[in-house]
Design a protein around this ligand. Structure first.
Ligand code: GBH
Length: 489
């Protein structure tokens, strides 16, 4: 368990954070760097005891075995097999073949020293038609995976929905239908009943802000729809309703002590400069920008301005549904990649988003702007705005242009740079007492990057897709070092 820092320990850590910077110590305190570091002692960029260092993956991105052991088709099977939808015509048919190689992959985790692993369950492996009779062979895979993790002292964290909706449910309306919310809840309760003897932490849904927007509004992800605003807002509503119903089902069916939360990519609003007015604007922006998802989940109501802006296209809902959507959570998880810069202004909402100039640095995928402060502000907003008491960083990571050397090594210095800087900002949040309990790096290994196929690599292990050979990159050694010292390396 994480201990709260005493005032003195906290001051010491914060001092260390400031004094650790050569410029600041030279110009600020008059202390020499070496003295400052010695004085900082073992707390230098250290995380609290018991901090859970993990890695994350998702079923469709790593498993393969798409038609094995009774698995039904998901919307991603359909979508990736539709010409022109995924780069190079890639599909998740084989992916990392994790379905057969999970023992080797748990071995990779062990070599890193991982304390925890976040995986997702493929709904159509369990219920090939989305509802009805469960498929015992599908469940058995996850049961064996969990056993393997527990045997290696790695805590399993289970995500129930990482975008692979059973195709049979999409054929009946998908997330546009309230029946899907109910089916999701039934499936979630079933998994909690069967796995909660060994799995203590469940996430309902991964990233509303991605799969609903990209799949139902922009047509970039499965099921590839471009719905008009009214239908689209209703799909958003049924997605968060599905989350709320699932929270209740997991509580009803899970063993005592089972904890439940979600993993959302809320927009991380970062003040352009850390002044009181810009910080206040970033707080206002966080509530408004995340109105259809995180805000309604935490507060049990849609913001006035969200409903007003949607006008006749606003979602239809009942007070009872809002109560369900905001069912109390044990923890909140956020996936943190890029910042949304915000400045204060005199507009009715009191903030404006500041789009990044074209020169803004990003990783190999154009959306992945580098903004390490996002890992400070994300958890900070959760703690300040919604008083969240237990926070996980459920994803953070980067895509690099990894090219193996002649010897097969990958020196991904840019990914290491990215991670080091983000983690320094996470450390700042933890030092200030923000209750972050763990961090899951995305991803354990290269995998099927949705519409980008295999062209985009997020892993800290390189995967040769012809041979399925996994090779640790420099970033894997870096992460192992971080975990070993429980601090930024
Ligand atoms: C996460 O999404 C996912 O949970 C994970 O499965 C994924 O592999 C990982 O991050 C890396 O991408 O197509 O140009 O409109 C991250 C959030 C939001 C990033 C939507 C990509 C689409 C950009 N995603 N965004 S674009």
């Amino acid at each position: 368990m994480l201990k709260r820092f005493s005032r003195r320990a906290f001051a010491k850590i914060m001092g260390a954070a400031v004094l650790g910077s050569p410029q600041l110590s030279a110009f600020g305190s008059g202390l020499r760097v070496s003295e400052a570091r010695r004085d900082a002692g073992p707390n230098y960029y250290r995380f609290p005891d018991g901090f859970l260092w993990g890695c994350a993956t998702a079923a469709y991105q790593v498993e393969g075995a798409a038609t094995e052991d009774g698995r039904g088709p998901s919307i991603w099977d359909t979508f990736s097999h539709t010409p022109g939808k995924v780069r190079n015509g890639d599909t998740g048919d084989t992916a990392d073949d994790h379905y057969h190689r999970y023992k080797e992959d748990v071995g990779l985790m062990k070599a890193l020293g991982l304390k925890s692993y976040r995986f997702s369950v493929s709904w159509p492996r369990i219920f090939p038609q989305g509802v009805g009779a469960p498929n015992p062979k599908g469940l058995d895979f996850y049961s064996r995976l969990v056993d393997e993790l527990v045997a290696h002292d790695i805590q399993p964290f289970c995500t129930l929905y990482h975008w692979d909706l059973p195709q049979a449910l999409q054929d009946r309306g998908g997330w546009e239908s309230r029946d899907t919310s109910q089916a999701f809840s039934d499936y979630a309760g079933f998994i909690a009943e069967r796995l909660s003897d060994r799995v203590k932490h469940f996430f309902t849904i991964n990233e509303f802000g991605a799969f609903v927007e990209l799949g139902y509004r922009l047509g970039i992800h499965a099921p590839g729809l471009k719905l008009p605003p009214g239908r689209f807002n209703q799909a958003r509503h049924y997605a968060v309703l599905g989350h709320g119903l699932a929270v209740q089902a997991i509580r009803a069916k899970g063993r005592p002590g089972t904890k439940v939360g979600l993993a959302e990519n809320m927009q991380i609003c970062v003040p352009v400069i850390e002044t009181p007015e810009h910080v206040a604007a970033a707080v206002r922006a966080t509530r408004e920008q995340n109105a259809p998802y995180m805000t309604v989940i935490q507060e049990g109501k849609y913001t006035e301005s969200y409903l007003a802006a949607a006008r006749e296209d606003a979602p239809k809902f009942t007070p009872e549904e809002l109560k369900t959507i905001s069912s109390p959570l044990d923890f909140t998880g956020i996936n943190v990649y890029t910042p949304t810069y915000v400045r204060a202004d005199g507009s009715p909402l009191g903030y404006t988003l500041v789009p990044p100039p074209s020169s803004y640095p990003h990783m190999t995928v154009s959306w992945l702007n580098v903004g390490p402060e996002a890992l400070y502000w994300g958890p900070n907003h959760l703690a300040q705005i919604w008083k969240v008491k237990e926070i996980y960083i459920t994803e953070n990571g980067a895509a690099s242009a990894d090219v193996p050397t002649a010897e097969g090594a990958v020196y991904d210095t840019d990914r290491v740079m990215y991670l080091r800087n983000y983690l320094a900002h996470l450390h700042r949040a933890v030092s200030e007492g923000v209750p972050v309990r763990g961090y899951f790096l995305w991803s354990l290994m290269d995998n099927f990057e949705w519409a980008d196929g295999y062209s985009s690599r997020f892993g800290i292990h390189y995967v040769d897709y012809r041979t399925q050979k996994r090779t640790p990159k420099l970033s894997a050694s870096f992460y192992r070092e971080i975990i070993a010292r429980n601090g930024v390396a």
